[in-house]
Design a protein around this ligand. Sequence first.
Ligand SMILES: [Cu+2]
Length: 149
Amino acid sequence: MRSRAILLLLLLTGLVVAFAPLPAHISTPIDRSFRVEASQFAYQPGEINVNPGDKVTIELVSTDVVHGLYVDGYGVSVKADPGQTATLTFVADKSGSFRLRCNVTCGAMHPFMVGKLNVGANTWLYRSLALASLGIFSVFVLARTTKVE
Ligand SMILES: [Cu+2]
């Protein structure tokens, strides 16, 4: 009887960990600047991490030929001439992972010139870690209660 109650409690805790909504804005939005170097056929850095609501400024620097940078989902882009810097500013008001693509044909491997913009923390990672620990904890608790009864 007692182990059944504990099992139910653990199950409920698990559901809360998996589905409870997190506060949307954990951190206050700030201005963020990134210098992204574009060369055939990659961006450096290839991944940008920001928080929802941040004002993002990307300084795109081209080291060889003309390159572009298009942010999927946001529909904003910028184009940098060889050796030049071009600036793109936008507010990251949509959460998730967005692909950065070069929108200027820059050579043979051009379609593979991609990067990534991550807006917001990876909550699924934290949730799955919490669930895993809860699972291990449950095994111990249940093993104990079964012995007692
Ligand atoms: Cu390109």
